[in-house]
Unconditional design. Structure first.
Length: 374
C-alpha cells in the first residue's frame, strides 16, 4: 500500500496515498484499501472536545480503519490511559500498528468483528464509526460500556433515516415512515429511538446528551445508565410524528395509526418510532463551549464555534423545526425571511438542521400567523 503522512489535530497519521487510488482524477476514500476521510475531521474534532468533558480512561474504537480516532483521543484527551483499536480488515490492522507506534499510543489492536470485541471488553467510552448504519453494533456497544459510561455513534445512511428509502428505514431501524418536511431532525430522532430500544434490551438507559447533523452524517453521544426503570422511562418517550402533506398541520402519538388531518381532512404522513425528548443536555452544551477555547489549534475551530452557538440557542426549543419553504406555499404565500418569522414568534430560533427551518415551542397556528404577516 502506498502511503502518505497527514496531520490532523495533534496526530500524524499514515493514510493510503489518494493519488494511487484515484480514478479519472477523482478520489473516493472508499476506493483505498484502508479508509480515511478528511471530511470527517469535524466529527473527530467534536468527539475530542466531548471526550475532554467526560474524561474516559479506557476507550474502545471498534471500527478504527487507520486508527486516527483512537490515536487522537489518546493524544488530545486528558486522562486517557488506554485505547483498544479494532478493525475487520488486515490491511487496516497493519496501518493501525504503524500509526500507534509513530504517535506513542498505549493500546491494544484487535482484528475481529466489532461485535465480538465489544462482548469481550469493557470501556467507559465506546466509539462506533461505521460505513453507513451503526445499527448492527448498537446492542454490543451498550453491552460493552460500563454503567455511567458513554457511547458515541456516527450514522451516514441518511437516506434510510430521513426516509428517502422506506425499506432501509424499516430494515435497519424498525422505522415505519413517510418523508416529512422536518426530515433532517426526525432522522436523528429516529436514530436515537433505535439506540434507546437496543440499550433497553440489556436493561440500560441510553440518554442522548449531545447530537448534531453535519455535511452528510449524524453524530450522537449517549450517557449510558443502568436500570430497567430508567430504560422504560426513555421508551415511554418514543412517538410517531404525523404531518399533513396538504396543509402542514402536525401531531404526534405513541401509536402508529392512520390519521386524518383535523384541519383539512387529508391523510397524514407518519414517521416513527422516534425519540421525542431532549437531544442535548444543556449543561453539556455549555461545557463544550467552555472547552472549545482550549482548541483553537483545530482547523475546524470556527465552524465548530458557529455550530455550537446555533445549537445552544435552538436547544431551548424541543419541538422539531418548521420548514418555511414547505408551509408557505401551502398558505399561498412567498417564503418570508427567516429572521422576520423568528422576530414575530419572539421565542424561536434558526436551526443547524435546515437553513430554512425555525425552531419554536409555539403552536402550529402561531407559526402560520407569523408566516402570513411577513
Ligand atoms: C468508516 S471506517 C472507520 C473510520 C474511522 N473510525 C475514522 O474516523 O477514520 C469503517 C471501518 O470499519 C471496518 N469494518 C467494517 N465492518 C466491520 C466489522 N463488522 N467489524 C469491525 N470492523 C469493521 C472497515 O474495515 C473500516 O475500516
Ligand atoms: Zn391538513
Amino acid at each position: 500500500m502506498k502511503l502518505t503522512k497527514i496531520r490532523e489535530g495533534k496526530a500524524e497519521i499514515l493514510v493510503p496515498d489518494p493519488k494511487e487510488y484515484e480514478k479519472e482524477d477523482k478520489f473516493d476514500p472508499s476506493w483505498a484499501p484502508v479508509f480515511y476521510n478528511p471530511r470527517m475531521e469535524l466529527n473527530r474534532d467534536i468527539s475530542v472536545l466531548f471526550l475532554n468533558i467526560i474524561r474516559p480512561r479506557r476507550i474502545v474504537d471498534a471500527l478504527s480503519a487507520t486508527g486516527i480516532r483512537g490515536i487522537r483521543y489518546f493524544k488530545e484527551v486528558k486522562g486517557v490511559e488506554e485505547v483498544i483499536f479494532n478493525d475487520l480488515s488486515k490491511e487496516a490492522i497493519e496501518l493501525i500498528n504503524e500509526n500507534i507506534k509513530i504517535n506513542n499510543v498505549i493500546g491494544e489492536v484487535f482484528n475481529k468483528d466489532a461485535n465480538s470485541i465489544l462482548y469481550e471488553v469493557k470501556a467507559d467510552f465506546v466509539d462506533i464509526d461505521p460505513f453507513g448504519t451503526p445499527a448492527p453494533f448498537l446492542l454490543a456497544s451498550f453491552h460493552s460500556v460500563i454503567r455511567g459510561g458513554y457511547v458515541g455513534i456516527t450514522a451516514t445512511d441518511l437516506s434510510a433515516l430521513v426516509c428517502s428509502s422506506k425499506s432501509s428505514a424499516r430494515r435497519k431501524y424498525d422505522i415505519i415512515c413517510d418523508r416529512l418536511s422536518f426530515s433532517k431532525e426526525v432522522g436523528i430522532r429516529g436514530l436515537i429511538g433505535k439506540a434507546i430500544r437496543e440499550a433497553a434490551v440489556v436493561e440500560k438507559a441510553a440518554i442522548p446528551v449531545f447530537s448534531f447533523y453535519h455535511d452528510y452524517y449524524y453524530r450522537v453521544f449517549f450517557k449510558v445508565e443502568g436500570g430497567a426503570k430508567k430504560a422504560d422511562s426513555l421508551l415511554s418517550r418514543l412517538v410517531y410524528y404525523y404531518e399533513c402533506p396538504k396543509c402542514g398541520y402536525r401531531d404526534k402519538s405513541v401509536y402508529y395509526q392512520h390519521v386524518t388531518c383535523p384541519k383539512c381532512g387529508a391523510s397524514m404522513k407518519a414517521y416513527g418510532p422516534a425519540w421525542d425528548g431532549e437531544i442535548y443536555d444543556k449543561n453539556m452544551i455549555n461545557k463544550i463551549k467552555e472547552e472549545l477555547v482550549h482548541f483553537n489549534y483545530l482547523s475546524t475551530y470556527s465552524t465548530i464555534s458557529r455550530l455550537i452557538s446555533l445549537i445552544s440557542v435552538e436547544a431551548e426549543y424541543k419541538e422539531p423545526y418548521y420548514k418555511l419553504d414547505f408551509i408557505s406555499p401551502r398558505l399561498k404565500r412567498n417564503v418570508p425571511p427567516k429572521d422576520k418569522v423568528i422576530k414575530c414568534l419572539k421565542e424561536a430560533s434558526a436551526t443547524h438542521f435546515d437553513t430554512v427551518g425555525i425552531k419554536t415551542n409555539k403552536n402550529f397556528e402561531e407559526v402560520i400567523e407569523c408566516i402570513k404577516v411577513n
